[in-house]
Structures are given as structure tokens and as C-alpha cells.
Ligand binder design. Sequence first.
Ligand code: IVH
Length: 686
Amino acid sequence: MGRSEAQQRIEELKAVLRENSRRYYVDNAPTMSDYAFDQLMHELEALEAAYPEYATPDSPTQRVGSDLGRREFVQYPHRYPMLSLGNTYNLAEIEAFADRAVKTLDTTFTYSCELKFDGTAICLTYRNGRLFRALTRGDGVVGDDVTENVRHIANIPQQLKGDYPEDFEIRGEILMPYASFDRLNEERARDEEPLFANPRNAASGSLKLLDPEEVGRRGLMCTLYHIPSQSLSFETHSQALDAAARWGLPVSDERRICHDIKEIEAYINHWDTARRNLPYATDGIVIKINEMAYQNILGYTAKFPRWAVAYKFKAEEALTPVLSIDYQVGRTGAVTPVANLEPVLLSGTMVKRATLNNADQMALLDIRIGDSVYVEKGGEIIPKITRVDLTKRPAGTQRPVFPSVCPDCGTPLVKEEGEAKYFCPNTDGCPTQVKGRLVHFMGRKAMNIIAGDATADQLYNRGLVRTPADLYDLTKDQLMTLDGWKDKAAKRFLDSLRDSRNVTFDHVLFAIGIRYVGETTAKEIALHFGNVDALMEASLEDLLSVPDVGDVIARSVHDYFRDERHREEIRRLKAAGLRFAMEGRTAASDVLAGKSIVISGNFSISRDEMKALIEANGGKNSSSVSSKTAYLLAGTKPGPEKIRKAEELGIPVIGEDAFRAMLPGNAPAADLPADEEEPNLFSGLV
Ligand code: IVH
């Protein structure tokens, strides 16, 4: 490779790695497998080593991936940088790591071998035995303060026992066990919410929810594996973790002390298969030099410790032929290609189908009916097709033609600019869409009406219901004509319809099924506008001022209410008695009486509006932090000096969401993958 070619490839790799790192750490929705990502990272490392003139400090090889991205959390600098681990899929490189350590240290030492837990990193600080703070890794230099969420994770103690030190840090991983993951995704599938790709994404998405109680319900767990040597001094790493276990902290029992590469390899071989019986995901083995003194000799690079390395397991894959491709229509009209596969056993389950996402993805894979394809699971429940084995391609195969008309109603499909998917535009006439919207409307997180797909099918097929408003015109006699429905079933259904009139406006807004308006966005919008009349008249600019609402959502909501059929539907639902206003939202209160609050940074509303909100609820806004301050209310980019002062005086620092949660009728917003990156709030500090 020539110099200019190398330079070009380096730039290309940097861009691809940065983009995928953001999808992985910030959006929790990776589109590239870990293996492919690691391969590209290694290619970049090799190129930068060969052409050091093109290596820059901002290269992904020099920085740990950043999970910062939401403005809802206050951020704090890490006392010691939170680094990543060098990794390899190759045993020879583990041998090379051990050889290097033997040569450099030139004495006897041991290795601590551990599982590499596949979750999201966390840093806990305990002061006087109490959990004081929990920070995410962030960008390794500053992390998001998720302490309140972590307090709701069952196996993290609030209070230590025994001879714990006064003040120390311990780091580890937040995991979502498979059982919790399956339950969560089943719920999300029922509610037509996007599924989490794997337990790792589910864990990090859940850790960044804005509702700590909901975090508690997600069934997360923690395992701790590192006490920075600057924080506490122990002779060995394993002694440090044993001590942590005695203080009541969750530490893995699967750690082993190994003396040489043979023992390390035996540990790796054992867990390569035994890990399938663990209740949570692991993606490799971590090998650490056990003696702290030797760790200190080996030291760190900008990104990794030199005293540890990760051996990663390659995701299991299987090769199987594609029998056919289906094109499925969803309630929004989006058409998704799905490959039907010759059933094949993968990580203990039979895989028969795999999603192909969209036409672009199909073209990228160059997939054809009859091709043999590799499917991969790697801790993910939705199998992915990673590549086609072209050597097995039968003669005479053709590129599949994406249908030009809806497979359900025959209407020509459309693809809007910037959209990856084709849509059936026959919103009101396409049976799958109409029924899909009814099922969504009745869903548990929407109107919570006791009915399933079969009921929606029958109501539609009998011509009784076309839109949600029709549900509220149903009579008992009509319901009794449904197959298998008797008096009791009809009564139950009508009772459930009656109860749905008490469902709050944010859920009603979610239920009507505006494209891109998930549960969380619906809540944000409902809180912001307060009622549907204000929302219907909102301009694009008004919509864009709602937290977490970007161009795509704003346009979708705006377009929805410009459609006269939708306005008519809202009028009918209103007449049926559904709630279309947030009760108590603007009501003043005295919940902040006697409290002096300092604000710093930017909020979803102007600073003047924020001051008015504090005063309307009985509080006082003051300009500087003192011992009399009740809270420092920090938005995005708060002043570092104010934060430091609050820290020093032990004044709680709260984010906008936590603040709003204190006010009557203002529940905090819940989870939503971030759609924009926020700058580092403390860049001036560290
Ligand atoms: S030690 C200074 N031990 O893997 C390095 N990390 O891919 C401290 N991880 O950032 C990390 N299991 O989030 C360590 N037993 C283990 C681990 C582990 C999982 C994570 C950790 C790290 C990432 C690197």
C-alpha cells in the first residue's frame, strides 16, 4: 500500500469506527458486529504503526468509546481515567502478552484470569461505607452520574459491612441477565417498541433511563472487577477483590489464579463452552497481572493498561441456505424483508428466520434465494445474517427484486428521501396497517385494553371497527356476535374500554400511533404542550423546542395533525371521553417552599421560564451557591465553578428531569435513545 493510499484508508477507518462507536455506546443500537468492529480497529492500529505520521491523538485507536450523549445527567470527572482493554481473538497474541510480561518483569508473578462480562462499565465510590456516587465510563475522563439509578440495582449494596476503607473507588460492569433481557424484549415486542439487539445494549440503555424505579424493574445486576491501585493499596488484585467481597460487594467467583500460559489456555478453553450455561452474557476472558507492584511497572498506554489483555470469543455462527424471502408490512406501513432459512442450531436455539432490515441491507449482502449464509447470534436473540458464502452460490441465481407493491393490499410502495425503508402509503385501506394500529392502540403501554391480535382481527373482519374511535361505539350486542364471545367476555371488554378513559394524556398520545412517537417522546410532548389543542396548533419550531425531539419527529407530528382525518379522529376520541390534557401540569404548588435553588446551564425552557417555574412552586431562585442553597439545578453546560462549589459544600446537584419530577403532575421523562451528541460539560475542568 502506498503512502497516500494508506492515508486515505486511515481516514476512512477513523470515520467508520467513530460512527459505529457512537451507535454502540450512545444509541445502544450497533449496526456492526463486535468482531467486524475489532477487525477494523486492528487494521487502523497496524496502519498507524506503519505510518506514524498519520497517527493523531484523536484517532479511535487512542480513545475509549464514549457513552456520553444525553443531557439529562450531571457529569463528573473520573478521579482516575477509566480505560478500555486491548483485545484479541487470537491465542498467539495472548502468548505474546505473557512472553512480554515475563521478559519485562524478569521474576515470578501470577495472572488473574476472569470472565469478560458483556455489559456496560460502572465506577462506584463508597464513602464511610455508603454508596456515594456511580458514574458511567463516559468518555473515560468524565462520566454520567447515574447514582440514583444504581441505587435501584438489587445486588449493589447501599451500605458496606466489615472493615471497609473510608473512601474508595471500585469498578465493574452492569449486566442484564438473559432472563430479564428476554422478558424486556417480549414486552417491547408486544408494545411494538424497537427491541434491544442484545443484553449489553439493554443494560446500558436501562442504566440511562430517567426513572430510577423503572431501572429497578429492569432486573439489572452488577459484578465488580477492578479497584484502581491509586484508590487502595493491596499486594495483589485478587486480594483486593476478595476484600471487596467481604465488604458485601458483588465480585465474581469464577476468577482463577494462573501461573503460566498453559493454565491460562485451560481457563480459556473451559469457559469457551462453559459460558453458555451462565445466566448472563460474557464475550471473552480477561487476563491481568495479579501483583499490583508489577502492574505499576508495566503501566498504561493512552487507552489500555499494559498489565491486562482481553481474549475475545468469536460469536458463534452457522451456515445455512436461504429458502425464501418474505416482505412483512408493519402498522406504520414499513415493509421489512425477512429471510426464511433452512432451520439450523445456533447457541442452543433453532434459527429459522432472520431479518434483512431493508432493501439497502439486502443489496449490501448481495443475498439471493438459494445462497448459503452465515447467521450469528453472539448474545443477541435476533439472529443476523452477516455474509453470504459466495463459493456455495448455486448457478443461475438472481438478485431478489424488492416488491414494488404492498404484499398485503397491492398499493405501489413509496420510499421517502432519507428513509431506509419502503412504505405502503395506503394507510387507511391496508388491512395489516389498520389492524396493527388497533392492536397498538389497545396495547398495555397505550390504552391498556384487554384484547389481543385475534380480537382486533375479528373486529376488523366483521367490519365493526376501522379506527380506534370506533371501539368506543361498540355495543354489547355487537360484541356477542364475535366467535367464542359470551356475556362475560363482552362485559370484560366494555369494562376495559371504560377504564381506558382514565389513561393519562401522554399514554393516549402514544396510543394514537404517530410515526416515531414512542412512549417516551409522547411523554415529553404531552408535558411540554399540556393538551392536545396546543399540540395540534404547534409549529415545527414549537415542536423542535421539546427535549429529545429532532427534525424527523417534529415533522412527523406536524404532518400528522395537518391531516383532517386525524383531527376528526381526535374529535371523536375526545367526545368518547378520553383524556387529552395533562392534569395539574400548570398548577402552582408550594413543594419548593423555603428552598433556595441556583440554576446553571441551559434547559429545555428559557432560564427566565425556569426561574418562573421555581417561583410558581414556592421556591426562590438565587444566583450563587452557598451553604443555604437547597439544590444546584444543572442543565447542559453548567458552570464548572458552581458545580465545584456545590460538591465542596455537599449541595445536591440535580438535572432538569429530577427537578421536574419534584413538581406535581410533572413525572420525569423516561428512556429514549439519544439522537444527538452533547459536548463534554466539564471540558474546562479536566
Ligand atoms: S478490567 C483498566 N475486567 O471490558 C482496565 N474489564 O472491552 C480495567 N470488562 O472497559 C478493566 N469484564 O468495561 C476488566 N473482568 C473484567 C472485565 C472488564 C468486562 C469490560 C470493561 C472494559 C471492557 C473492555
